[in-house]
Design a protein around this ligand. Structure first.
Ligand code: NG6
Ligand code: CA
Length: 515
Protein backbone atom coordinates (compact mmCIF):
# COMPACT_ATOMS: atom_id res chain seq x y z
CA UNK A 1 0.00 0.00 0.00
CA UNK A 2 2.79 2.38 1.09
CA UNK A 3 4.82 1.50 -1.95
CA UNK A 4 1.85 2.14 -4.26
CA UNK A 5 1.08 5.60 -2.87
CA UNK A 6 4.77 6.53 -3.15
CA UNK A 7 4.73 5.45 -6.79
CA UNK A 8 1.60 7.49 -7.37
CA UNK A 9 3.12 10.63 -5.83
CA UNK A 10 6.31 10.16 -7.84
CA UNK A 11 4.32 9.69 -11.02
CA UNK A 12 2.23 12.82 -10.40
CA UNK A 13 5.42 14.80 -9.66
CA UNK A 14 7.15 13.59 -12.80
CA UNK A 15 4.14 14.44 -14.92
CA UNK A 16 3.67 17.90 -13.43
CA UNK A 17 7.34 18.85 -13.84
CA UNK A 18 7.25 17.39 -17.35
CA UNK A 19 4.07 19.33 -18.08
CA UNK A 20 5.53 22.63 -16.91
CA UNK A 21 8.71 22.05 -18.84
CA UNK A 22 6.79 21.04 -21.92
CA UNK A 23 4.58 24.08 -21.62
CA UNK A 24 7.57 26.39 -21.35
CA UNK A 25 9.48 24.73 -24.12
CA UNK A 26 6.42 24.83 -26.34
CA UNK A 27 5.80 28.52 -25.73
CA UNK A 28 9.43 29.36 -26.45
CA UNK A 29 10.02 27.13 -29.41
CA UNK A 30 6.67 27.04 -31.12
CA UNK A 31 7.34 28.04 -34.71
CA UNK A 32 5.25 30.85 -36.19
CA UNK A 33 1.89 30.30 -37.80
CA UNK A 34 2.09 31.17 -41.48
CA UNK A 35 -0.72 32.80 -43.45
CA UNK A 36 -0.05 33.33 -47.15
CA UNK A 37 -2.61 35.58 -48.81
CA UNK A 38 -2.29 35.38 -52.59
CA UNK A 39 -4.17 37.87 -54.73
CA UNK A 40 -5.12 37.09 -58.33
CA UNK A 41 -3.89 39.35 -61.17
CA UNK A 42 -2.91 42.15 -58.76
CA UNK A 43 -0.27 44.46 -60.20
CA UNK A 44 2.60 46.34 -58.60
CA UNK A 45 0.74 49.66 -58.78
CA UNK A 46 -2.70 48.46 -57.67
CA UNK A 47 -2.47 49.22 -53.92
CA UNK A 48 -2.29 52.57 -52.20
CA UNK A 49 0.82 51.45 -50.30
CA UNK A 50 2.48 50.87 -53.69
CA UNK A 51 1.53 54.27 -55.04
CA UNK A 52 -2.07 53.93 -56.28
CA UNK A 53 -4.09 57.08 -55.72
CA UNK A 54 -7.33 56.08 -57.44
CA UNK A 55 -8.34 53.84 -54.55
CA UNK A 56 -7.55 53.11 -50.91
CA UNK A 57 -6.42 49.77 -49.50
CA UNK A 58 -6.15 50.57 -45.78
CA UNK A 59 -5.90 47.00 -44.52
CA UNK A 60 -3.11 45.96 -46.86
CA UNK A 61 -1.42 49.33 -46.27
CA UNK A 62 -1.50 48.57 -42.56
CA UNK A 63 0.25 45.23 -43.14
CA UNK A 64 2.90 47.08 -45.14
CA UNK A 65 3.31 49.77 -42.49
CA UNK A 66 3.70 47.19 -39.75
CA UNK A 67 6.00 44.87 -41.70
CA UNK A 68 8.34 44.77 -44.67
CA UNK A 69 7.20 46.08 -48.01
CA UNK A 70 9.29 44.65 -50.83
CA UNK A 71 10.07 46.65 -53.95
CA UNK A 72 11.58 43.61 -55.67
CA UNK A 73 9.05 40.98 -54.63
CA UNK A 74 8.06 38.61 -57.43
CA UNK A 75 5.80 35.77 -58.32
CA UNK A 76 7.36 33.07 -60.53
CA UNK A 77 5.23 33.44 -63.62
CA UNK A 78 2.94 35.89 -65.32
CA UNK A 79 0.01 33.47 -65.25
CA UNK A 80 -1.68 31.70 -62.42
CA UNK A 81 -1.09 27.95 -62.67
CA UNK A 82 2.72 28.07 -63.02
CA UNK A 83 3.08 30.57 -60.15
CA UNK A 84 0.94 28.42 -57.89
CA UNK A 85 2.80 25.27 -58.95
CA UNK A 86 6.11 26.94 -58.10
CA UNK A 87 4.87 28.43 -54.84
CA UNK A 88 3.71 25.03 -53.56
CA UNK A 89 6.54 22.85 -54.91
CA UNK A 90 9.41 25.34 -54.72
CA UNK A 91 10.39 24.30 -58.26
CA UNK A 92 10.17 26.38 -61.45
CA UNK A 93 7.11 25.38 -63.44
CA UNK A 94 9.07 25.48 -66.72
CA UNK A 95 10.78 22.31 -65.51
CA UNK A 96 7.49 20.39 -65.73
CA UNK A 97 5.35 19.81 -68.80
CA UNK A 98 1.68 20.71 -68.57
CA UNK A 99 1.96 23.47 -65.99
CA UNK A 100 0.43 26.22 -68.13
CA UNK A 101 -3.05 27.65 -67.37
CA UNK A 102 -5.11 24.60 -66.37
CA UNK A 103 -8.42 23.86 -68.16
CA UNK A 104 -11.63 22.94 -66.25
CA UNK A 105 -11.05 19.18 -66.52
CA UNK A 106 -7.34 19.23 -65.72
CA UNK A 107 -6.03 16.36 -63.60
CA UNK A 108 -3.92 17.15 -60.53
CA UNK A 109 -0.66 18.74 -61.70
CA UNK A 110 1.28 18.02 -58.52
CA UNK A 111 1.65 14.30 -57.93
CA UNK A 112 0.91 12.81 -54.48
CA UNK A 113 4.12 12.45 -52.54
CA UNK A 114 5.72 15.55 -54.07
CA UNK A 115 7.12 17.58 -51.16
CA UNK A 116 5.37 20.94 -50.97
CA UNK A 117 5.43 23.87 -48.60
CA UNK A 118 2.29 22.34 -47.05
CA UNK A 119 3.65 18.81 -46.64
CA UNK A 120 6.94 20.09 -45.22
CA UNK A 121 5.13 22.23 -42.65
CA UNK A 122 2.66 19.45 -41.89
CA UNK A 123 5.51 17.04 -41.18
CA UNK A 124 6.83 19.64 -38.74
CA UNK A 125 3.57 19.56 -36.79
CA UNK A 126 1.58 22.28 -38.57
CA UNK A 127 -2.12 22.11 -39.33
CA UNK A 128 -2.53 23.09 -42.97
CA UNK A 129 -5.37 24.40 -45.12
CA UNK A 130 -5.96 25.95 -48.52
CA UNK A 131 -9.07 28.05 -48.90
CA UNK A 132 -9.89 29.74 -52.22
CA UNK A 133 -8.82 29.37 -55.82
CA UNK A 134 -6.91 26.20 -56.68
CA UNK A 135 -6.28 26.02 -60.47
CA UNK A 136 -3.80 23.14 -60.17
CA UNK A 137 -6.13 20.34 -61.31
CA UNK A 138 -7.91 17.56 -59.45
CA UNK A 139 -8.04 13.78 -59.96
CA UNK A 140 -5.65 11.36 -61.61
CA UNK A 141 -6.84 11.57 -65.20
CA UNK A 142 -9.55 14.16 -64.86
CA UNK A 143 -11.78 15.31 -62.01
CA UNK A 144 -14.52 12.84 -61.06
CA UNK A 145 -16.98 15.62 -60.28
CA UNK A 146 -19.62 13.29 -58.86
CA UNK A 147 -17.23 11.05 -56.96
CA UNK A 148 -13.93 11.40 -55.13
CA UNK A 149 -11.84 14.35 -56.35
CA UNK A 150 -8.57 12.68 -55.63
CA UNK A 151 -5.64 13.37 -55.76
CA UNK A 152 -5.86 17.02 -54.85
CA UNK A 153 -4.57 19.28 -52.07
CA UNK A 154 -5.10 16.63 -49.39
CA UNK A 155 -2.62 14.34 -51.14
CA UNK A 156 0.13 16.96 -51.16
CA UNK A 157 0.14 18.13 -47.58
CA UNK A 158 -3.09 19.98 -46.81
CA UNK A 159 -5.35 18.79 -43.98
CA UNK A 160 -8.30 20.70 -45.31
CA UNK A 161 -9.45 22.52 -48.41
CA UNK A 162 -12.40 24.58 -49.57
CA UNK A 163 -11.78 25.37 -53.19
CA UNK A 164 -12.89 27.01 -56.34
CA UNK A 165 -11.49 24.27 -58.60
CA UNK A 166 -10.04 26.42 -61.42
CA UNK A 167 -10.79 30.11 -62.02
CA UNK A 168 -14.24 31.56 -61.89
CA UNK A 169 -14.32 32.38 -65.60
CA UNK A 170 -13.99 28.61 -66.14
CA UNK A 171 -16.69 26.11 -65.32
CA UNK A 172 -17.99 24.84 -62.87
CA UNK A 173 -19.12 27.33 -60.17
CA UNK A 174 -19.05 24.88 -57.25
CA UNK A 175 -16.98 24.52 -54.11
CA UNK A 176 -14.80 21.50 -53.57
CA UNK A 177 -14.54 20.62 -49.91
CA UNK A 178 -11.80 18.10 -49.27
CA UNK A 179 -12.54 15.28 -51.73
CA UNK A 180 -16.02 16.22 -52.88
CA UNK A 181 -18.16 18.85 -54.50
CA UNK A 182 -19.98 20.51 -51.61
CA UNK A 183 -23.79 20.22 -51.52
CA UNK A 184 -23.96 18.09 -54.62
CA UNK A 185 -27.33 16.38 -55.09
CA UNK A 186 -26.71 12.90 -56.57
CA UNK A 187 -30.04 13.19 -58.38
CA UNK A 188 -28.62 16.14 -60.36
CA UNK A 189 -25.13 15.02 -61.37
CA UNK A 190 -22.55 17.55 -62.48
CA UNK A 191 -21.17 17.23 -66.01
CA UNK A 192 -18.24 19.34 -67.22
CA UNK A 193 -16.90 19.26 -70.77
CA UNK A 194 -15.39 21.04 -73.72
CA UNK A 195 -18.27 20.53 -76.17
CA UNK A 196 -21.76 21.92 -76.10
CA UNK A 197 -23.87 19.20 -74.39
CA UNK A 198 -27.00 19.72 -76.49
CA UNK A 199 -28.00 21.93 -79.42
CA UNK A 200 -30.33 24.02 -77.24
CA UNK A 201 -27.83 24.52 -74.38
CA UNK A 202 -27.85 28.29 -73.71
CA UNK A 203 -24.47 29.98 -74.17
CA UNK A 204 -22.98 33.43 -74.18
CA UNK A 205 -23.32 33.33 -77.95
CA UNK A 206 -26.95 32.25 -78.19
CA UNK A 207 -28.23 34.20 -75.15
CA UNK A 208 -25.90 37.17 -75.19
CA UNK A 209 -28.67 39.68 -74.53
CA UNK A 210 -29.52 38.00 -71.19
CA UNK A 211 -26.02 38.41 -69.70
CA UNK A 212 -25.39 40.69 -66.74
CA UNK A 213 -21.76 41.11 -67.81
CA UNK A 214 -20.97 40.75 -71.49
CA UNK A 215 -17.86 38.92 -72.73
CA UNK A 216 -15.25 40.53 -74.95
CA UNK A 217 -13.21 37.50 -76.03
CA UNK A 218 -13.62 33.81 -75.26
CA UNK A 219 -15.88 33.27 -72.23
CA UNK A 220 -18.96 32.62 -74.33
CA UNK A 221 -19.93 29.06 -73.34
CA UNK A 222 -22.20 27.95 -70.44
CA UNK A 223 -24.04 30.70 -68.58
CA UNK A 224 -24.31 30.72 -64.80
CA UNK A 225 -25.51 33.65 -62.70
CA UNK A 226 -25.90 35.74 -65.84
CA UNK A 227 -22.24 35.31 -66.84
CA UNK A 228 -20.99 33.09 -69.65
CA UNK A 229 -17.79 31.13 -68.99
CA UNK A 230 -14.99 29.10 -70.55
CA UNK A 231 -16.27 25.52 -70.97
CA UNK A 232 -19.61 23.81 -70.60
CA UNK A 233 -21.46 22.25 -67.69
CA UNK A 234 -24.82 20.92 -66.70
CA UNK A 235 -26.35 19.75 -63.41
CA UNK A 236 -25.05 20.27 -59.88
CA UNK A 237 -27.52 23.11 -59.38
CA UNK A 238 -27.76 22.76 -55.57
CA UNK A 239 -23.96 23.01 -55.37
CA UNK A 240 -23.57 26.18 -57.45
CA UNK A 241 -22.52 29.39 -55.75
CA UNK A 242 -23.12 33.02 -56.56
CA UNK A 243 -19.97 34.79 -57.73
CA UNK A 244 -20.82 37.69 -55.41
CA UNK A 245 -20.41 35.45 -52.32
CA UNK A 246 -16.99 33.87 -52.93
CA UNK A 247 -14.95 36.23 -50.76
CA UNK A 248 -17.42 36.20 -47.86
CA UNK A 249 -17.51 32.41 -47.84
CA UNK A 250 -13.73 32.03 -47.87
CA UNK A 251 -13.21 34.62 -45.18
CA UNK A 252 -15.86 32.99 -42.99
CA UNK A 253 -14.29 29.56 -43.52
CA UNK A 254 -10.77 30.85 -42.85
CA UNK A 255 -11.80 32.50 -39.60
CA UNK A 256 -13.46 29.29 -38.42
CA UNK A 257 -10.42 27.26 -39.39
CA UNK A 258 -7.98 29.61 -37.63
CA UNK A 259 -10.16 29.59 -34.50
CA UNK A 260 -10.22 25.81 -34.34
CA UNK A 261 -6.52 25.32 -35.13
CA UNK A 262 -5.00 28.04 -32.98
CA UNK A 263 -3.56 25.57 -30.48
CA UNK A 264 -1.12 24.20 -33.05
CA UNK A 265 1.20 25.98 -35.42
CA UNK A 266 -0.86 26.45 -38.58
CA UNK A 267 -0.33 27.23 -42.25
CA UNK A 268 -3.20 28.82 -44.13
CA UNK A 269 -3.01 29.47 -47.87
CA UNK A 270 -5.76 32.02 -48.47
CA UNK A 271 -6.07 32.07 -52.22
CA UNK A 272 -8.27 34.97 -53.25
CA UNK A 273 -9.99 35.19 -56.62
CA UNK A 274 -9.95 38.99 -56.54
CA UNK A 275 -9.30 40.62 -59.06
CA UNK A 276 -9.52 37.89 -61.68
CA UNK A 277 -12.34 38.01 -64.22
CA UNK A 278 -15.28 37.88 -64.04
CA UNK A 279 -14.93 40.75 -61.57
CA UNK A 280 -18.23 40.27 -59.75
CA UNK A 281 -17.78 41.52 -56.21
CA UNK A 282 -20.32 41.41 -53.41
CA UNK A 283 -23.11 43.99 -53.75
CA UNK A 284 -21.67 46.02 -50.89
CA UNK A 285 -18.46 46.67 -52.85
CA UNK A 286 -20.08 47.37 -56.20
CA UNK A 287 -19.27 50.96 -57.11
CA UNK A 288 -16.74 51.29 -54.25
CA UNK A 289 -14.24 52.91 -56.64
CA UNK A 290 -14.28 55.01 -59.77
CA UNK A 291 -12.28 52.32 -61.54
CA UNK A 292 -15.24 50.01 -62.12
CA UNK A 293 -15.37 46.32 -61.11
CA UNK A 294 -11.58 45.91 -61.34
CA UNK A 295 -11.06 48.60 -58.69
CA UNK A 296 -13.99 47.33 -56.62
CA UNK A 297 -12.38 43.89 -56.57
CA UNK A 298 -9.20 45.41 -55.10
CA UNK A 299 -11.32 46.94 -52.33
CA UNK A 300 -12.98 43.57 -51.71
CA UNK A 301 -9.54 41.94 -51.53
CA UNK A 302 -8.49 44.58 -49.02
CA UNK A 303 -11.57 43.81 -46.94
CA UNK A 304 -10.60 40.10 -46.88
CA UNK A 305 -7.12 41.00 -45.65
CA UNK A 306 -8.67 43.18 -42.95
CA UNK A 307 -10.94 40.38 -41.73
CA UNK A 308 -8.05 37.92 -41.55
CA UNK A 309 -5.71 40.29 -39.74
CA UNK A 310 -8.46 41.35 -37.32
CA UNK A 311 -9.01 37.70 -36.52
CA UNK A 312 -5.30 37.22 -35.77
CA UNK A 313 -5.43 40.30 -33.49
CA UNK A 314 -8.61 39.14 -31.73
CA UNK A 315 -7.12 35.72 -31.06
CA UNK A 316 -3.84 37.32 -29.96
CA UNK A 317 -1.98 35.48 -32.67
CA UNK A 318 -0.39 38.39 -34.55
CA UNK A 319 2.83 38.14 -32.56
CA UNK A 320 3.16 34.52 -33.48
CA UNK A 321 2.06 34.67 -37.09
CA UNK A 322 3.97 35.50 -40.24
CA UNK A 323 1.57 36.98 -42.76
CA UNK A 324 2.77 37.04 -46.37
CA UNK A 325 0.78 39.04 -48.90
CA UNK A 326 1.55 38.46 -52.60
CA UNK A 327 0.03 38.10 -56.07
CA UNK A 328 0.01 35.27 -58.62
CA UNK A 329 0.83 37.40 -61.67
CA UNK A 330 0.80 40.96 -62.89
CA UNK A 331 -2.19 42.97 -64.03
CA UNK A 332 -4.42 42.72 -67.07
CA UNK A 333 -7.21 45.08 -68.01
CA UNK A 334 -9.56 43.41 -70.50
CA UNK A 335 -9.22 39.69 -69.75
CA UNK A 336 -12.35 38.60 -71.57
CA UNK A 337 -15.29 40.58 -70.16
CA UNK A 338 -16.57 44.08 -70.86
CA UNK A 339 -16.20 45.41 -67.33
CA UNK A 340 -14.95 48.92 -68.12
CA UNK A 341 -11.46 48.23 -66.78
CA UNK A 342 -9.93 50.20 -69.66
CA UNK A 343 -12.67 52.79 -69.98
CA UNK A 344 -12.48 53.71 -66.28
CA UNK A 345 -8.72 53.34 -65.84
CA UNK A 346 -8.02 57.08 -65.85
CA UNK A 347 -4.48 57.70 -64.61
CA UNK A 348 -4.32 54.48 -62.59
CA UNK A 349 -1.15 52.51 -63.41
CA UNK A 350 -1.87 48.87 -62.52
CA UNK A 351 1.74 47.76 -63.07
CA UNK A 352 3.15 50.88 -61.41
CA UNK A 353 6.22 52.05 -63.28
CA UNK A 354 6.78 48.68 -64.96
CA UNK A 355 6.34 47.50 -68.50
CA UNK A 356 3.94 44.69 -69.42
CA UNK A 357 1.78 42.61 -67.13
CA UNK A 358 -0.03 39.29 -67.16
CA UNK A 359 1.14 36.88 -69.92
CA UNK A 360 4.57 38.39 -70.59
CA UNK A 361 8.03 38.42 -69.07
CA UNK A 362 8.51 42.13 -68.64
CA UNK A 363 8.78 43.22 -65.01
CA UNK A 364 5.07 44.08 -64.86
CA UNK A 365 4.26 40.40 -65.37
CA UNK A 366 5.89 39.16 -62.20
CA UNK A 367 7.08 42.08 -60.06
CA UNK A 368 4.08 42.42 -57.78
CA UNK A 369 3.15 43.59 -54.28
CA UNK A 370 4.95 41.51 -51.65
CA UNK A 371 4.55 42.21 -47.94
CA UNK A 372 5.57 40.30 -44.82
CA UNK A 373 4.34 41.06 -41.32
CA UNK A 374 5.10 39.34 -38.03
CA UNK A 375 4.25 41.69 -35.21
CA UNK A 376 7.15 42.23 -32.83
CA UNK A 377 9.52 40.09 -34.94
CA UNK A 378 9.72 41.97 -38.23
CA UNK A 379 10.76 45.59 -37.90
CA UNK A 380 8.68 47.85 -40.14
CA UNK A 381 10.47 49.01 -43.28
CA UNK A 382 10.89 48.87 -47.02
CA UNK A 383 13.18 46.26 -48.52
CA UNK A 384 14.78 46.29 -51.97
CA UNK A 385 15.95 42.69 -51.60
CA UNK A 386 14.83 40.32 -54.35
CA UNK A 387 12.41 37.67 -53.06
CA UNK A 388 9.90 35.46 -54.85
CA UNK A 389 6.86 33.35 -54.00
CA UNK A 390 8.94 30.31 -55.03
CA UNK A 391 11.19 31.00 -52.01
CA UNK A 392 8.41 30.63 -49.47
CA UNK A 393 8.82 26.84 -49.34
CA UNK A 394 12.50 26.90 -48.30
CA UNK A 395 12.08 30.00 -46.15
CA UNK A 396 9.05 28.74 -44.24
CA UNK A 397 10.78 25.38 -43.77
CA UNK A 398 13.61 27.24 -42.02
CA UNK A 399 11.17 29.16 -39.83
CA UNK A 400 9.49 25.87 -38.91
CA UNK A 401 12.84 24.25 -38.09
CA UNK A 402 12.44 21.76 -40.93
CA UNK A 403 15.01 20.77 -43.52
CA UNK A 404 14.28 20.33 -47.21
CA UNK A 405 14.66 16.90 -48.76
CA UNK A 406 17.55 17.09 -51.23
CA UNK A 407 15.41 16.20 -54.24
CA UNK A 408 12.65 18.70 -53.49
CA UNK A 409 11.95 22.41 -53.88
CA UNK A 410 14.66 22.61 -56.50
CA UNK A 411 14.56 26.36 -57.03
CA UNK A 412 13.45 27.61 -53.62
CA UNK A 413 15.99 29.73 -51.74
CA UNK A 414 15.99 30.30 -48.02
CA UNK A 415 15.47 34.06 -47.87
CA UNK A 416 13.81 33.91 -44.44
CA UNK A 417 16.14 36.55 -43.00
CA UNK A 418 15.28 38.95 -45.81
CA UNK A 419 11.58 38.16 -45.41
CA UNK A 420 11.93 38.96 -41.72
CA UNK A 421 13.66 42.25 -42.53
CA UNK A 422 16.87 41.37 -40.71
CA UNK A 423 19.61 43.89 -41.16
CA UNK A 424 22.10 43.04 -43.91
CA UNK A 425 20.11 39.96 -44.90
CA UNK A 426 20.14 39.36 -48.62
CA UNK A 427 17.52 38.04 -50.94
CA UNK A 428 18.25 36.26 -54.20
CA UNK A 429 21.07 37.25 -56.51
CA UNK A 430 19.18 36.03 -59.58
CA UNK A 431 15.66 35.03 -60.56
CA UNK A 432 14.18 33.33 -63.60
CA UNK A 433 10.76 34.62 -64.61
CA UNK A 434 8.45 32.85 -67.06
CA UNK A 435 5.13 33.50 -68.73
CA UNK A 436 2.92 30.43 -69.04
CA UNK A 437 4.04 26.83 -68.59
CA UNK A 438 6.85 25.03 -70.37
CA UNK A 439 8.26 26.16 -73.68
CA UNK A 440 7.29 29.78 -73.26
CA UNK A 441 9.31 32.90 -72.66
CA UNK A 442 11.83 33.72 -69.95
CA UNK A 443 13.16 36.69 -68.07
CA UNK A 444 16.38 36.53 -66.07
CA UNK A 445 17.13 39.23 -63.53
CA UNK A 446 20.64 39.41 -62.11
CA UNK A 447 21.26 42.53 -60.05
CA UNK A 448 20.13 45.43 -62.19
CA UNK A 449 20.32 43.51 -65.46
CA UNK A 450 17.33 41.91 -67.03
CA UNK A 451 17.56 39.55 -69.98
CA UNK A 452 14.45 38.55 -71.92
CA UNK A 453 14.39 35.39 -74.01
CA UNK A 454 11.37 34.85 -76.21
CA UNK A 455 11.14 31.21 -77.28
CA UNK A 456 7.44 30.92 -77.85
CA UNK A 457 6.17 31.15 -81.41
CA UNK A 458 2.92 32.35 -79.91
CA UNK A 459 4.60 35.55 -78.79
CA UNK A 460 5.27 36.39 -82.42
CA UNK A 461 1.72 35.44 -83.35
CA UNK A 462 0.08 37.49 -80.61
CA UNK A 463 2.27 40.37 -81.67
CA UNK A 464 3.83 41.38 -78.34
CA UNK A 465 5.43 44.71 -79.16
CA UNK A 466 7.65 47.19 -77.44
CA UNK A 467 7.39 50.78 -78.60
CA UNK A 468 5.61 49.66 -81.71
CA UNK A 469 8.27 47.12 -82.65
CA UNK A 470 7.87 43.34 -82.37
CA UNK A 471 9.95 41.91 -79.52
CA UNK A 472 13.23 40.21 -80.39
CA UNK A 473 14.27 36.76 -79.26
CA UNK A 474 16.79 38.27 -76.84
CA UNK A 475 16.55 41.71 -75.24
CA UNK A 476 18.54 43.34 -72.44
CA UNK A 477 17.53 46.10 -70.07
CA UNK A 478 19.28 47.94 -67.30
CA UNK A 479 16.68 48.23 -64.55
CA UNK A 480 18.73 50.80 -62.61
CA UNK A 481 18.51 53.37 -65.38
CA UNK A 482 15.49 51.99 -67.23
CA UNK A 483 13.13 50.27 -64.77
CA UNK A 484 10.29 50.30 -67.26
CA UNK A 485 12.26 48.30 -69.85
CA UNK A 486 11.92 50.84 -72.65
CA UNK A 487 15.39 50.74 -74.13
CA UNK A 488 16.83 47.48 -75.30
CA UNK A 489 20.59 47.82 -74.75
CA UNK A 490 21.66 44.40 -75.98
CA UNK A 491 23.71 45.77 -78.89
CA UNK A 492 25.82 47.97 -76.60
CA UNK A 493 26.37 45.26 -73.95
CA UNK A 494 27.20 42.17 -75.90
CA UNK A 495 29.47 40.65 -73.28
CA UNK A 496 26.96 41.00 -70.45
CA UNK A 497 24.20 39.70 -72.67
CA UNK A 498 26.26 36.64 -73.56
CA UNK A 499 26.99 35.92 -69.91
CA UNK A 500 23.31 36.19 -69.01
CA UNK A 501 22.21 34.09 -71.98
CA UNK A 502 24.61 31.39 -70.81
CA UNK A 503 23.51 31.70 -67.19
CA UNK A 504 19.85 31.35 -68.19
CA UNK A 505 20.56 28.35 -70.38
CA UNK A 506 22.61 26.74 -67.58
CA UNK A 507 19.81 27.35 -65.06
CA UNK A 508 17.31 25.70 -67.39
CA UNK A 509 19.58 22.78 -68.27
CA UNK A 510 20.78 22.07 -64.73
CA UNK A 511 17.28 20.99 -63.67
CA UNK A 512 17.69 22.82 -60.37
CA UNK A 513 19.12 26.06 -59.09
CA UNK A 514 19.36 25.51 -55.36
CA UNK A 515 22.54 23.95 -54.02
C1 NG6 B 1 -6.90 32.81 -70.48
C2 NG6 B 1 -8.27 33.49 -70.47
C3 NG6 B 1 -8.26 34.55 -69.41
C4 NG6 B 1 -7.84 33.98 -68.07
C5 NG6 B 1 -6.52 33.25 -68.19
C6 NG6 B 1 -6.11 32.56 -66.92
C7 NG6 B 1 -9.38 33.60 -72.68
C8 NG6 B 1 -9.53 34.35 -73.97
N1 NG6 B 1 -8.54 34.10 -71.78
O1 NG6 B 1 -6.90 31.77 -71.39
O2 NG6 B 1 -9.51 35.14 -69.30
O3 NG6 B 1 -8.81 33.07 -67.61
O4 NG6 B 1 -6.61 32.28 -69.20
O5 NG6 B 1 -5.84 33.46 -65.93
O6 NG6 B 1 -10.05 32.60 -72.50
S1 NG6 B 1 -4.98 32.98 -64.70
O7 NG6 B 1 -4.78 34.17 -63.87
O8 NG6 B 1 -5.76 31.99 -64.02
O9 NG6 B 1 -3.72 32.49 -65.22
CA1 CA C 1 -3.86 35.09 -61.94
Amino acid sequence: MKQRSFNLIALVAIFSIGGILNGNIQAETRPPNIVVIMADDLGYGDLSCYGATALETPNIDRLAAEGQKFTSGYCSASTCTPTRYSFLTGTYAFRKKGTGIAPPNSPALIQPGTPTIASILRTSGYKTAVIGKWHLGLGSEMPDWNGLLKPGPLEIGFDRCLLLPTTNDRVPQVYVENHRVLNLDPADPLWVGKKKPSPDHPTGLTHRDTLKMDWSHGHNSTIHNGISRIGFYTGGHAARFRDEDLSDRWVEESIKWIESNRDHPFFLFFSSHDLHVPRIVHERFQGATKLGPRGDAIVELDWCVGELTKTLDRLKLSENTLVVFCSDNGPVMDDGYKDDAIEKQGKHQPAGPYQGGKYNVYEGGTRTPFITRWTGKIAPGVSDEMVCTIDLAASCATLAGASLPNNACLDSFDVSDALCGKEKASGRDHLVQQDNGQGGNYGLRVGDWKLLRHDSKKTKNTGLRLQGRPVSRYMLFNLATDPSEQHDVIAENEEIANQLKQQLQDLIAAGRSRP
